[in-house]
Each structure stands twice: as structure tokens, then as C-alpha cells.
Design a protein around this ligand. Sequence first.
Ligand SMILES: [Zn+2]
Ligand SMILES: [Zn+2]
Length: 353
Amino acid sequence: MFNAKAYSAASATSLLAHTPIKRRDPTPHDVQIEILFCGICHSDLHAVRNEWSSVMPTVYPIVPGHEIVGRVAKVGSAVTKFKAGDLVGVGCLVDSDRTCPNCQKGLENFCPHMTLTFNSPDKHGTAPVTYGGYSDSIVVDERFVLRIPSNLKLPGAAPLLCAGITTYSPLHRAGVTEGKKVGIVGLGGLGHMGVKLARAFGAHVVVFTTSPGKKEDAIRLGANEVVVSRNADEMKKHAFSFDFILDTVSAQHDIDQYIQLLGLGGNLTLVGGVTKPQSLSSFGLIFGNRSVSGSNIGGLAETQEMLDFCGKHNITADVEVIPIQKVNEAYERMLKSDVKYRFSIDMASLKSE
Ligand SMILES: [Zn+2]
Ligand SMILES: [Zn+2]
């Protein structure tokens, strides 16, 4: 084992602070990564504050972070995919059983025995649970390490590992391509990635927002049109016209008004986790053979496909780079949606701790 620097929280009410942690020495199939940037995902905050205790109770101390990019420092003797110096990424998963039907289909993200990047039991016994990317290093099996295209700027590439795949997977599965009309509901960390990706797939992209002030920025990000969802007349103009709508809003909202905008056989996919049940009218679905679905990140192969797609189209997240010492402040700002559109932690700032 070796010592690593990290930021962790000691309890649901503690601030994140510098803590030394242990990492395992690379086993034959492991890659040791020097972390350069880690994005801040809203689920980091939920986990730190134990807000999802009913489904995933947090074990303390917690080191969050699952939008990791870095450089390979060292590889185990049997590693074939990577060598020291390669630019790599790690997303929400660091292991799975590799044998269940979902793993065999490349859907490790639905493996019943998957190991999440943080707060999952640590199979290697280095610590009670896995520690994530708010750290200067991480050791991960090569199967769960992804290649980052060399043309992508690293601070903005980090959020692709969660926000990128969360939006890419449903757009891709829906067959979004040139000539399709696609709606993106909400323009935050997920929504702004949805806009960039849908546009790169060639779709006509319409952004729905509650804030008229976001219009200009939505267009800059690639939207063809922007609709203020509180304006019923503007909404009506788009009735029965969408092939696909990606709903990224994680607060309670009216889903029915978007279902009304789907065309025949259209689908609305939810990716924002709303904790309370939401109502929807069955008639909205019946009249039009419409459907509502959910989507949860993506498997390893699809995540690599997304990264390669982003490399080809030069897509990264819009980020505000912060030193790790500002992470607690960043959490408070994220709660107020005061960030365009994702925070990315510069891990060089850990060196001074
Ligand atoms: Zn995430
Ligand atoms: Zn499995």
C-alpha cells in the first residue's frame, strides 16, 4: 500500500477536508493513475451528506469523485491496454462481477455486484469502502479505465465520465440523428452536455428552461431554439412535434406538459433523480403511443464510444476550474445552480496540503 492525499468528509454534517488515505499497490491487472482533474457531480454532494441513505447509506470517511481524468503513473505486469504516461479516465464504476448477464452485454452499470468508484465495499480490503477521485491518485483494474482522446482539454473532459455518458447513452439509444427534433429540459450540468451531444448527432435541438436569462447561453451551446417552459403559448407551438425529449431536471416538475410535445411514438427519458414520486397522465401516453423511460450512465464500451465521439467532435463540458480548497464553497454554489456548468477540481492544488 502507499499513501495518497485526499479530501474526505468525516460525517454527514462535516466539511470536506484534507486526509491522508491508503491506496493498494497495483496488482497485475491494475493501473495506477495520477489524478489531474476531477469533476464535481451533484451525487457527490448527496453521498457526502448521506441524502440517499435509504438506498446507499454513506460509510464515513467518504472520499467522493467519479469524474476522474489523469495520467497513468504505473501499470501492473499483466496490463496490456495502457502504459505509463497515457491520458485516462475513470467514471462511476471501478469493478463488477464480469459474469452476470448484464456484464456480458456490456452493461456493467447494471451489474448487481458492481463496485462504485466511491462508497462501495472495497474488495481489496485497502479500506472499508472505495475512495473516489478527490485525491492525487487512484488504482483501478484496466478494464474499468478509459482512454481520453488527446485533443480534449482535461478540465472539461472530466465531467464526460458521468454527465457526458448520462446524456450520451439515452440520446444514442433513441437513435438521435440528423432530421430528428430533440428537446432538452433543463440547462445545468447534464442539460448543457445534452445540448452539445444532441447537436453533434445532427438533431434540431430545442432547450426548455424556466429562466429567460439562459436563452443566449443555450444558443451558444448549440441549441437551435429556446422555449421558456412557463410560457404556455410558446409551449403549444411545439405540440406533438418531438421525436425525443431528454429531461435532466432533478426537482419536482410537470412532466405532462412535455409529454404533450412528443410526436407519434415519441419518448421522454428522465435522467434527473427526483426523490418524490411524480404524477403523469396516462392519456398523454395513450394518445400518441408515447413512452417515458429512465436511463442510468452507461457500460464501459459505451463510455469509451462516447469519449471517442467527443474527441471527434471536440466536445467537453463547460467548467469552472477550482482548487480543492474551494470544494465546500463549490457545493454551496452548486446548490444554487451558481456554476456554468460544472466544477472541475485541479488536483495540483492538493500538493500544497
Ligand atoms: Zn455523477
Ligand atoms: Zn455483472
